[in-house]
Design a binder for this molecule. Structure first.
Ligand SMILES: Nc1ncnc2c1ncn2[C@@H]1O[C@H](COP(=O)(O)OP(=O)(O)O)[C@@H](O)[C@H]1O
Ligand SMILES: [Mg+2]
Length: 284
């Protein structure tokens, strides 16, 4: 495929000093402050704070049950936090209804695929665009005559760009249920992109993928950040991918943030190593 001609299959381009300056100097795109969440007696999140800098790839890692998905659920509104504050692009959205959060500029994918399996690739992606337009163009009151045509054109343009970018033109009429897992995950990414997000929340985007599918997905995520300027917050278990593509890593363990910093530092951080070793021993 065309994108493979760009060079060796290394996920990461060389770190640029400019990016580092920009990300440390600007306000966070997403801020979570002191988030608390418990299910009955189980504290899933204990005063977790997190900043996602614009333009970067932030990875949220930690052993199973650490609270990663719970934090995503609080951010996207599936769970209401017991305490804490959420700010997106300067707007406090702590109490904003779930269906209004997408309009702020956030889209997510799920740890388990949540597509409509009987529908085609294109129709699944259209659903994402529909959400975007409904909350954007339509909410602005532009729903008569020319605006309606504009809406259709805008939709078609969004769909074309995404299908082109994700290299899924050949399967756009195929029902999602007939696709291999790696492609289904790619379609799910396409649906999230159709919402035109500033921030993309990806929950384990390469879980269950083989090596080649993983490399493809890592490349798409990097290209999204570099070419489309999308900011990414990603939960991931694949450590080599986290190390290769993220700018900043936040580590959770038992619902608490135990460390954060550059990927290399986190890999060598004693508390992080202990958390993963502890989890491995529990599993053994
Ligand atoms: N809907 C839920 N009901 C009850 N407990 C939950 C629910 N979701 C998560 N938990 C618990 O919260 C903790 C964090 O889970 P989760 O956020 O899924 O972790 P991770 O994504 O890091 O593996 C775990 O102890 C889990 O059992
Ligand atoms: Mg999870």
């Amino acid at each position: 495929m065309a994108r493979r001609n760009r060079g060796p299959r290394l996920f990461r381009r060389p770190q640029s000093g400019v990016l580092a300056i920009v990300t440390t100097a600007s306000a966070p795109l997403l801020r979570a402050e002191g988030i608390e969440l418990s299910f009955g007696g189980v504290a899933a999140l204990k005063s977790v704070s997190l900043d996602v800098q614009p333009g970067g790839i932030t990875a949220l890692i930690g052993p199973n049950g650490a609270g990663k998905t719970s934090l995503f659920n609080v951010i996207s509104g599936f769970h209401k936090a017991d305490a804490g504050r959420l700010i997106f692009d300067g707007t406090d959205f702590t109490n904003l209804a779930t269906h209004k959060r997408a309009a702020l500029g956030m889209a997510r994918t799920f740890q388990n695929i949540s597509l409509f399996p009987g529908m085609t690739v294109l129709d699944n992606i259209k659903l994402g665009a529909h959400t975007h337009l409904k909350t954007g163009v339509l909410a602005a009151g532009l729903f008569w005559g020319p605006a309606r045509r504009e809406e259709t054109e805008l939709r078609a343009q969004i769909e074309r760009e995404i299908i082109d970018f994700l290299e899924i033109d050949h399967i756009r009429k195929t029902p999602v249920s007939m696709l291999p897992y790696g492609l289904q995950k790619r379609v799910e990414l396409g649906r999230a992109l159709a919402m035109r997000p500033k921030l993309l929340l990806l929950d384990e985007p390469v879980a269950g993928m083989n090596r080649e599918e993983t490399e493809d997905m890592a490349r798409f995520i990097l290209d999204l950040q570099e070419e489309w300027g999308v900011t990414v917050l990603l939960v991931e278990h694949d450590m080599s991918m986290v190390m290769d593509i993220s700018d900043h890593v936040v580590v959770l363990n038992f619902g608490e943030k135990i460390a954060e910093g550059p990927p290399q530092e986190m890999q060598e951080n004693p508390a992080v190593i202990e958390a993963y070793l502890g989890a491995a021993q529990d599993a053994a």
